[in-house]
Design a protein around this ligand. Structure first.
Ligand code: GLU
Length: 421
């Protein structure tokens, strides 16, 4: 996947360039002379790269490249998901870990940032093989994990089932295990609302934008129909929005008057795809749907220099449900056309916010209602959104730039308080 990116267009380079530019805007060199603030934020604390070998069901072995990047613990323990995908590579995990550092700072969650990944196509493994792989992965990094050290969570192709294996494997080595991983099944100390959190947060931010910008009855398209896309679609349609197009890796369906999301979800559950959904027409490419708002919830740089021109001229807003779905080249073109982008570190932060609540509940042994969890999440998301929008207006910046400024300002101050070591 990453081989397709043009030079200087991969997600890691884009994030690093944003950090450098933000350091200039915030005048770090002048305000913190000699402190090397940009390097201290940009360079990851620790990068763990290893191979995992597991027995396969057929008597052979499987060999997998694995990563865990502990990006920064300036604001709290390392925190971030574990991605299972054949395109996972070192630079991608570093970029994603850096986004976690920026995200937790921006939305006021007392965690640092990290990310893990295994280069694997989970569909090519049996459930037993996948469990063996996850357990092996945890066994190899157990000394680096811990409720106050580094706390994994779900990401692309990993969910409650995989988090349960992480928890259960880690229990073999430590007594205080519950808070070592978030996104667990409810029965093992998971939090109500965690499954929905990222998608619901994306819907909430979309609604907030429409309200603030008087955008009435917009047509919305959702690219990627996994955990984030499904719950975003569900919430948006509950809110009364018109979701006109949805895609997954197998195809795209469109219905100009609005898809029936409840039925589409049931269809996806049954058939494993959205293609051939009866109440809609097929569409070759979701970017060509006549949408006002596009919500990418698939993989990194799904909107890039090569396909950005396919997006329709009605487009007013992109809400980044995925992490770095828009390349910086595509972003410049969209900004030139007056399209607003709500950046990933704000738009999809609902997941890590509720992960934080799960961790708090695990520590207290006191569990909250779904309303309490999601009510608190909504409050945090709206507060962060308003902070970013106000800062952007005041300083005349695009939203991503404003979000990076607010996030990096806080990290820099924390580093400064901690002194020169
Ligand atoms: N993988 C999610 C993200 O990118 C969630 C991370 C977490 O809950 O720690 O934000």
């Amino acid at each position: 996947m990453h081989r397709k990116h043009r030079k200087n267009e991969d997600p890691f380079t884009c994030v690093m360039e944003m950090i450098r530019r933000t350091g200039e805007i915030l005048e770090f060199d002048k305000r913190f002379p000699g402190a090397k603030m940009v390097e201290r934020i940009a360079i990851s604390d620790k990068i763990i790269r290893f191979k995992s070998i597991i027995p396969r069901d057929d008597g052979g072995v499987g060999v997998f490249q694995c990563y865990r990047v502990q990006q920064s613990d300036t604001l709290g323990p390392y925190k971030g998901g574990t991605r299972l995908h054949p395109s996972v590579n070192m630079d991608e995990v570093k970029a994603l870990a850096t986004l976690m550092t920026l995200k937790t700072s921006l939305v006021d969650v007392p965690f640092g940032g990290g990310k893990g990944g295994i280069c694997v196509d989970p569909k090519g493994l049996s459930v037993m093989e996948l469990e063996r792989l996850i357990r092996r992965y945890v066994n190899q990094i157990k000394d680096d994990l811990g409720p106050d050290e580094d706390i994994p969570a779900p990401d692309v192709n990993s969910g409650p089932r995989e988090m349960a294996w992480i928890y259960d494997e880690y229990r073999n080595y430590s007594e205080s295990a519950r808070g070592v991983v978030t996104g667990k099944p409810l029965e093992l100390g998971g939090s109500l609302g965690r499954l929905q959190a990222t998608g619901y947060g994306v819907a909430l931010i979309t609604e907030r934008f429409c309200y603030g910008n008087k955008l009435v009855n917009p047509a919305i398209s959702i690219e990627g129909f996994g955990n984030v896309g499904q719950f975003a679609a569900m919430k948006l349609s509950e809110m009364g929005f018109r979701v006109i197009a949805v895609s997954d890796s197998g195809g795209c369906v469109v219905n100009q008057t609005g898809l029936n999301i409840t039925r589409l979800l049931a269809y996806k559950r049954e058939k494993g795809q959205v293609a051939d959904f009866p109440d809609a027409k097929p569409l070759g490419n979701i970017l060509e749907a006549p949408m006002d708002i596009h919500i990418p919830c698939a993989l990194g740089h799904s909107i890039n220099g090569e396909n950005v021109d396919q997006l329709g001229s009605n487009l007013k807003l992109i809400v980044e449900g995925a992490n770095s779905p828009v390349s910086s080249q595509a972003e410049k073109i969209l900004e030139g056309k007056g399209v607003t982008l709500v950046p990933d570190i704000l738009a999809n932060a609902g997941g890590v916010i509720v992960s934080y609540y799960e961790w708090v509940q695990n520590r207290e042994g006191l569990y909250w209602s779904e309303d309490e969890v999601l009510g608190r999440m909504n409050g945090k998301m709206i507060a962060a959104y308003d902070r970013v929008v106000n800062y952007a207006e005041e300083k005349k910046l695009f939203l991503r730039q404003a979000a990076y400024c607010l996030s990096m300002e806080k990290i820099a101050r924390a580093i400064n308080y901690r002194g020169s070591q």
